[in-house]
Design a protein. Structure first.
Length: 416
């Protein structure tokens, strides 16, 4: 049996739990392999070298996202100093398999391929294979990376949050999203009873207070969403949940919003992107703006917190357009708003070059949003924060704007 080191290379603001690696750990452990997790944001490259110096690792595997490519390359360079098998997977490796120096590159879903990558002698690119039956997959192993170590910052009161995925795939073709290129066309769901079992274990075994649902299409199939919500609502021992990956507003009705609330949903993020009908059409989205107001009103009426996701730097966009977008967002009764910069990662399909957006301009929009007393109070209430938490939350927001998480925690060879 092999000794496998799963290496987490975090990306972005939150200390997100490495769910993909937990999903890979489960089949490896079931096969009898020894599996250990290491978070390089915590220990840095020197810590990784110290761990490898013990000489007891046969295979090292990591999941790579495009924003974390530079950090991942630094990690792979350290792994190449040792005589061990290097396996890479994840979104970036799936879409640009030649970008990293590895013995094995896993494209697409990894639960079956990781076993072949660890046990097989063949090198090169594996997959993508046929879509997996989600009902047949083991639940992610949550012991290799401890749940309690992650998402402490998400809630100022220190409650434990962790992600879960109840479905995979996307039926749409938005230009800014790589999901269709990554998963292929289609939408597969996990059985409601399996999701209930997983969440019950998260509460009982890991003291999880809330689940962060990362599905691309959680509310796409109204019948399935109803079935799942009814199963969740029938239990009293489950954590509450938030749908954080950006829901298309046309899928939200008043009835569905109240069903979500009864099932324990406390926050929904809406994928709104822009207020320009022409830009929405160019993105592959519907341009019926009144539906946005209806969706926000429906969720608010059900007492579900609403976050709006907006995108800056679209093709042909000007600073005046961004100010108009901010004013549009301000008119919606949102509890929180995020203004992300559009990116041309592998798998996206922009028809024209993206517009430049300076960090200072983006920071000014965030400051104008969250320094407003009413909006600050709504955000604090949604996150469970009190007045004493607000200064720390403000410092955290500044950190987000000026320094990436990878630079704030440890030396991964990236810019400071």
């Amino acid at each position: 049996m092999a000794r496998v080191l799963l290496i987490h290379v975090p990306v972005g603001f939150e200390e997100a739990y490495p769910l993909a690696l937990a999903s890979l750990a489960a089949p490896l452990l079931a096969r009898g392999h020894a599996v250990e997790g290491l978070d390089v944001a915590r220990v840095g490259l020197p810590g990784l070298r110290r761990r490898l110096a013990r000489g007891d690792v046969d295979v090292a595997a990591l999941s790579v996202w495009s924003p974390g490519l530079a950090a991942a390359r630094s990690v792979v360079a350290v792994l190449r100093e040792q005589r061990l098998r290097v396996v890479v997977g994840g979104p970036h490796a799936s879409l640009a398999p030649d970008d990293l120096d590895a013995d094995v590159v896993v494209r697409g879903e990894g639960e079956a391929a990781i076993v072949d990558a660890v046990e097989g002698a063949r090198s090169g690119v594996l997959g993508p294979g046929a879509p997996l039956d989600l009902a047949a997959l083991p639940l992610p192993d949550r012991t290799v990376f401890r749940v309690a170590d992650y998402h402490r910052d998400h809630n100022p009161r220190g409650a434990t949050y962790t992600p879960s995925v109840t479905s995979r795939g996307c039926l749409h073709s938005c230009t800014f999203c790589s999901a269709p290129a990554l998963w292929g066309r289609g939408h597969r769901v996990r059985p409601a009873e399996q999701v209930v079992e997983e969440w019950a274990r998260l509460a009982s075994d890991h003291n999880v207070a809330a689940v962060l649902v990362e599905d691309d299409l959680f509310t796409q199939d109204a019948s399935r969403t109803t079935q799942l919500c009814e199963a969740l609502g029938a239990r009293r021992d489950l954590p509450r949940f938030e749908v954080i990956n950006g829901i298309r507003p046309e899928t939200i009705t008043a009835g569905l919003a109240h069903l979500l609330a009864r099932a324990g949903c406390t926050r929904v993020a809406l994928s709104l992107e822009t207020h320009s009908p022409a830009q929405l059409r160019a993105l592959g989205r519907g341009d019926d703006l009144p539906r946005v107001a209806r969706a926000v009103a429906a969720l608010s009426s059900a007492r579900i917190g609403v976050t709006g996701y907006f995108m800056l730097g679209l093709p042909g966009e000007t600073a005046a357009d961004r100010l108009a977008l901010f004013n549009y967002a301000r008119e919606l009764p949102l509890d929180m708003a995020h203004f992300s910069r559009a990116s041309a990662w592998p798998g996206t399909s922009w028809a024209a070059p993206l517009s430049e957006v300076s960090a200072a301009e983006r920071a000014a929009l965030y400051a104008a949003w969250y320094l407003h007393p009413g909006r600050a109070r709504r955000a604090a209430h949604l996150l469970g924060a009190g007045p004493r938490d607000l200064p720390r939350m403000a410092r955290r927001l500044v950190d987000w704007m000026v320094r990436p998480l990878e630079a704030r925690h440890a030396d991964l060879g990236g810019p400071k």
